[in-house]
Design a protein around this ligand. Structure first.
Ligand SMILES: C[S@@+](CC[C@H](N)C(=O)[O-])C[C@H]1O[C@@H](n2cnc3c(N)ncnc32)[C@H](O)[C@@H]1O
Length: 212
């Protein structure tokens, strides 16, 4: 069984039917039944997620976007943040809760493209890793604006994503160009650092930090 093919096998028909996100829950369901592997289900936090440049947690409020099975949310909670993490897949949220019994993280089902209004400008730390790149390019402006909207004044947004010099229609994933990673800035949100870090896939990986 090829790891990448489980995602490709499910994403293809879903996208062809005009459903950009339905395949995620199907992948998590199949994985829970032992029939598929979730490619991003790894024991360590996402590449580039570390405490460098982040304010101390100290009970500040953190939101983790597209949290999957919780690897990044647990890392952020371990830094002392009061952490909420959300995913569109109810199966991922169920399994994240089960995988981390006793966790302080509040795992919730929510859609990045239609988030609760109360999340607007409410978070001291926002972590987005690999979710925007997993959505078709047509949804990118809305997804990017939604991520940035979560950031409280004075807060920190960390975006981690695969990088590509020229946009490609082939995906998922659809790695971000420099213009696309820069687009998290705007509406009072500004870039602090946009770094390209090493990776053996695509044209490296973005680690970008923004503040409002
Ligand atoms: C490529 S995975 C990355 C998961 C996690 N961030 C990681 O790196 O381990 C993308 C995740 O985003 C979730 N997702 C996709 N579209 C979403 C949306 N519109 N709202 C919330 N979550 C979404 C998927 O269910 C999946 O768990």
């Amino acid at each position: 069984m090829s790891i990448e093919n489980d995602a490709d096998r499910l994403a293809g028909p879903s996208l062809a039917a005009g459903d950009a996100t339905g395949w995620f829950d199907r992948l998590y369901q199949e994985a829970a039944a032992g029939r598929a592997v979730v490619p991003w289900d790894r024991p360590s936090p996402s590449g580039g997620l570390d405490s460098a440049g982040l304010p101390a947690g100290d009970g500040r409020r953190a939101l983790v976007v597209g949290c999957g099975l919780g690897r990044d949310a647990e890392f952020v909670a371990g830094l002392g943040y009061a952490t909420t993490a959300f995913d569109i897949s109810p199966t991922a949220v169920r399994d994240a809760r089960a995988r981390h019994p006793g966790t302080s993280v509040s795992y919730q089902v929510a859609d990045l493209l239609s988030p609760p209004a109360s999340w607007s400008a409410a978070w001291d730390l926002v972590v987005e890793s690999n979710t925007v790149q997993a959505l078709p390019r047509a949804l990118r402006p809305a997804a990017t604006a939604s991520v940035a909207s979560f950031l409280a004044p004075g807060g920190t947004l960390v975006v981690l994503a695969a990088a590509l010099d020229s946009p490609s229609e082939q995906g998922p994933p659809w790695p971000l160009t420099h213009d696309e990673i820069s687009a998290f800035a705007g509406d009072e949100v500004r870039a602090v650092t946009i770094e390209r870090i090493g990776s053996d896939r695509f044209d490296g990986r973005w680690r970008a930090v923004f503040t409002r």
